[in-house]
Design a protein around this ligand. Structure first.
Ligand code: ATP
Length: 319
């Protein structure tokens, strides 16, 4: 095989990528390695550099330093061989107003597939895939926001590319279209496409991505599976006890219980963060019962990617 052996290094390999817009450093020595067959999530707040990274991967933007290899070869603006194997669904819907749903998908598919018979089949498959069967002859202006996003996706994936990049495809989308889009992405992946999925919605990334890089200020601050990422932080479990009235000395005693490392108490709600250990909930409830303290609803949550972001950066992932 020519070029680098991407079986070892991943089909998208980014090393020390730096991109500046004037004095603003949008990508700050970004490193990523995306393997064939993954649904790879780029999770980060607005402005963390996700779109810039995507545009660099596609050679739509020049960068200042570093390297990007796709399918084992350096990515250049004229690397058409690589570009033919990539499908992109941009953040902003980019379709032709004067074309119908069918004509739009056919146009974008036609950029890659010349054979008319094959293209017809692919367009039909894409229409069925995003559930736009009833809208074939409709122009984009008449579609709701969610349906328009589905059309945007169909245009990007109809040619069944090996690598599909979706940049925040569910922003401002109703729940029904959102679920349809997320299921569709998993189906594309099962059919053999590698997926890069950018989002600032933690829940979506947790739901569909097999591996995740968390981005902040143009860097990947942590990467791995959800389990690996949540395993990196101190928080193992968060226990919440509602409608509980506590005295200061009781809070001190709860703080001293084993495996407890953070206690918040506000508006009669007790929140206890524990390190990874068994029986945290039982330990806390036993304490309350021993002290004859009454309480309302009790629940425990496992750490989320927001907890990972919070613990590493000191701020919430959500805006
Ligand atoms: N063309 C540009 N000129 C100047 N600054 C830019 C340009 N494009 C992006 N930026 C800045 O670069 C940083 C990274 O932006 P980018 O759009 O890549 O982030 P993002 O994570 O994709 O966020 P969003 O979800 O809001 O698109 C931000 O501070 C943004 O304001």
């Amino acid at each position: 095989m020519s070029g680098t052996d991407y079986a070892k290094e991943g089909i998208v390999h980014i090393e020390n990528l730096v991109k500046r817009y004037g004095s603003l450093v949008a990508l700050d020595h970004l490193n990523l390695d995306i393997r064939e067959g993954e649904i790879f999530g780029l999770l980060g707040p607005n402005g963390s550099g996700k779109t810039t990274a995507i545009n660099c991967i596609l050679a739509l933007l020049k960068y200042d330093k570093g390297s990007i290899r796709i399918f084992g070869k350096e990515m250049e603006p004229d690397n058409y061989e690589a570009k033919r194997q990539i499908g992109i669904v941009q953040q902003n819907v980019a379709v032709f107003d004067e074309f119908t749903v069918y004509e739009n998908i056919d146009y974008f598919c036609g950029l890659y597939i010349n054979d008319r018979k094959k293209r017809k089949q692919l367009v039909e498959e894409a229409i069925a895939f995003v559930g736009l069967e009833d809208y074939r002859k409709i122009r984009p202006k008449k579609l709701s926001g969610g349906l328009l996003r589905r059309l945007n996706i169909a245009c990007g994936i109809a040619h069944k590319p090996r690598l599909i990049i979706l940049d925040e495809p569910t922003v401002a989308v109703d729940p029904q279209s959102r679920n349809r889009i997320l299921e569709g992405i998993q189906q594309l992946n099962r059919q053999g496409s590698t997926i890069i999925y950018t989002s600032h919605y933690m829940e979506e990334v947790e739901q569909i991505c097999t591996r995740i890089a968390i981005m902040d200020h143009g860097r990947s601050i942590a990467s791995g599976t959800k389990e690996q990422l949540t395993g990196m932080i101190k928080t193992g479990e968060k226990v919440t006890v509602e409608a509980v009235v506590l005295k200061e000395e009781q809070l001190v005693q709860i703080r001293e219980l084993s495996h407890v490392f953070k206690v918040d108490y506000e508006n009669d709600i007790l929140r206890v963060q524990c390190t990874e250990a068994k029986h945290n909930l039982v330990r806390i409830l036993r304490y309350l019962e021993d002290q004859e303290i009454s309480f309302g609803r009790v629940y425990s949550e496992l750490p989320t990617l927001n907890d990972v972001f919070l613990e590493i950066t000191g701020k919430e992932l959500r805006d």
